[in-house]
Design a protein around this ligand. Structure first.
Ligand code: AMP
Ligand code: MN
Ligand code: MN
Length: 315
């Protein structure tokens, strides 16, 4: 797919990623914005995102121009969905998707059914930013676009660490670092650096984690009380599940935080033996073989029981 050809006749383009945006989500939406505006400066381009996007990404071009209110409710010629595995993951941007003349979906989730008019979904790509690179004409990639794509790849690959990094992914990174931006600074300040309270709550989550299934699974949970005590938001809990997974002997790590009464956001990570996307899908979520998420109702223990039954079936 060629994104410029697919949007050739359009005067206005709406772009959105998934709710509770992560690095690949923010980066891919801003990459498409910068790319389209670079190739066609006359185009009307709006990036929609949920209120309070992570401020660590404020260095990306277009960060301050994002529409956080989903208004005015105007129809766009084209809607581009990025890094969202299903329409419901678009949150309030779904209205613009439904009303657009043409819809395009670029993603890398294996659970994505291809819900737009034109779909480019590559489950083997490490990130939506990797898929995007292949849909871009190289002459319209400038420093700002390259910086966005690099940021998305860094975040979805855990700094090139996860098995989703292929030779092709590394080749793209090689091309991108030829542009003018500070890659090591992006890695240091957006991936590794945490606030003091973020590190404290990470410490609490590790301290209170529980090993089960003979040490092959690990689980931890942060409740509302703890989040209020440390004054942190859900977006500040990113990375805890990965640290849990770094425990020797662990095949599956589960991290949950309390969203409301008897409602939890669950993140799962696997070392490869267990396909956690399959388990997330059973409960209405989705994701990738080794990284998946879902929102579940019940008590902490109900949820652990339900998930561990499914994990056991795959071990
Ligand atoms: P998380 O655990 O939220 O970091 O998400 C891990 C992966 O699963 C990411 O690729 C998410 O986009 C995806 N994911 C998380 N929650 C959901 C959900 N409720 N439905 C579908 N995909 C999800
Ligand atoms: Mn994402
Ligand atoms: Mn992604």
């Amino acid at each position: 797919m060629n994104l410029l050809k697919e949007t050739a006749g359009a005067k206005s383009v709406a772009i959105a990623g998934h709710i509770r945006p992560d690095g690949d989500c923010i980066s891919s939406t801003l990459a498409v914005r910068a790319y389209l505006l670079n190739a066609r400066p006359d185009l009307k381009v709006t990036v929609f995102t949920q209120d309070n996007p992570p401020t660590i990404f404020s260095y990306l071009e277009g960060y301050g121009d994002m529409n956080l209110t989903y208004s005015p409710k105007e129809k766009y010629d084209v809607f581009i969905s990025l890094d969202a595995s299903s329409p419901d993951r678009l949150g309030e941007a779904l209205w613009f998707f439904d009303e657009a003349d043409k819809t395009i979906c670029v993603d890398h989730h294996e659970t994505n059914p291809g819900f737009a008019d034109v779909n480019e979904i590559d489950p083997d790509a490490c990130s939506t930013c990797e898929v995007l690179y292949d849909t871009f004409d190289k002459e319209h990639i400038n420093d700002a676009v390259a910086e966005c794509l690099f940021s998305g790849i860094v975040h979805d690959s855990g700094v090139f660490q996860y098995s989703n990094m292929s030779k092709h992914s590394f080749n793209i990174v090689g091309e991108l670092i030829g542009y003018d931006f500070d890659g090591p600074k992006i890695i240091r300040e957006t991936f590794y650096e945490k606030s003091y309270v973020q590190n404290q709550i990470l410490g609490r989550a590790l301290l209170e984690s529980i090993l089960f299934m003979d040490g092959r699974c690990i689980v931890s949970m942060v409740d509302r009380k703890m989040m209020d005590f440390y004054n942190v938001l859900p977006k500040h809990l990113d990375g805890i599940v990965n640290q849990l997974k770094n425990t020797r002997g662990v095949e599956v790590a589960i991290f949950m935080y309390e969203m409301g009464t008897q409602r939890f956001k669950v993140s799962m990570r696997s070392n490869g033996l267990v396909n956690v996307a399959k388990i997330a899908m059973l409960f209405g979520g989705g994701g990738h073989d080794r990284a998946a998420g879902v929102e579940m109702n019940g008590t902490y223990y109900d949820i652990i029981n339900a998930l561990s039954r499914e994990i056991a079936k795959q071990m």
